[in-house]
Design a binder for this molecule. Sequence first.
Ligand SMILES: Cc1ncc(COP(=O)(O)O)c(C=O)c1O
Length: 407
Amino acid sequence: MTAPTPLNANPLLERLGGYPLAAFQDLAAQLAADGRPLHDFSIGDPVEPTPAFVRQALVDAVPEVSQYPTAAGLRGLREAVAGWVARRFGIEVDPDLHVLPTAGSKEAIFHLPLAIVDPHAGRRHVLWGDPGYQVYERGALFAGGQSDPCVLTDEGGWRLPLAELPPDRLTRAAIAWLNHPHNPTGATLDLDGYRSALVATREHGIVLASDECYADIHPPDAEPPASLLQAAGADSADPDLTGVMVAFSCSKRSGMTGYRSGALVGDPDLIRAQRILRPNIGTASPSFVQEAAAAAWRDDEHVAERRATFHAKREVLLAFFGEAGIRLGGSQATFYLWFAAPGGDDAAYAEALLRHRIIASPGSAFGAGGAGWLRLALVPSVDGCHEAVARWRQAITAADLPGHATL
Ligand SMILES: Cc1ncc(COP(=O)(O)O)c(C=O)c1O
């Protein structure tokens, strides 16, 4: 008798391994077990409460009989997203044609290629910037596409120069991902940057996908980050969203990481394809989550408060980095700080910090292009940031971290 096919036979699982940052969650849990303070800047899951009115909206919407949600989502939520897009970017989108609620932006990013990439076609590459969010690559591969990472650099501002890529790389691409404000570097992209990327992708028939889940998290006094929707919407009342898809999220904007709610906004044909695809998957958020998300998108005041809080954390870290001579890259937006590893080795520096119970993510966890850099997610409280900085300073003074002259 021949041996049965092994279970878990999809080679991608073996090849990709677990989700890279899951290791940090495990580590943080282990370190936290002894009850001593831990300064965890690794996972982008903030500690500020979800606004009370959002929680109330969810509670109020829990029905006596809870039925299957539809792929198209609640119209009220689609309208709320369209309303926010109009207020935030000055672009009018149609809630029925251009907007699709999603269960967070991660699943939307992962599933997007399933409706776009033909696994048997020559044109099945997915371009993304390395270092970057791993889900662009993973979504491409699980959909039968090819991952085509483009190395980003500090000199290039951690921006993906799509328009400068060789033509053969563009002709084989089905999707190109942009992500600003950028994870892990916090870099932003101006409107001209989006415009030139759009010219390049339209010329080559590539879907330009833009992950803008951090769109609302920026220094309060800075110009709010631009959107691909603005680049496509030269006529703001009737934007041409052909070949364009943008992912947004309630997670960071409204402190709703646990709710799992986001939205895709873009090309009506691509949105329609997602509506056809999604009942096969069954990822639609429950209606009570959608009601809470609608309340969150309708309100901007709580977002301004969250922005101020993240800004306060950023100021604490920036002052310390200045004092310690730590060099920043990117970091124009607020949610992440990206810094060059003192001594040059990101893993060694992360490990040394860990001995002082400070968890920073080594840049190489986000792709080979992140080597030599580290990411801080500004998730501890403002007080927690002060405590972490005090600990960090002590470690430098004790000459216990590589690559520093003593303070
Ligand atoms: C760049 C980027 N995109 C998307 C996500 C997913 O966010 P969510 O699924 O919570 O909307 C994250 C989460 O950290 C992220 O960093």
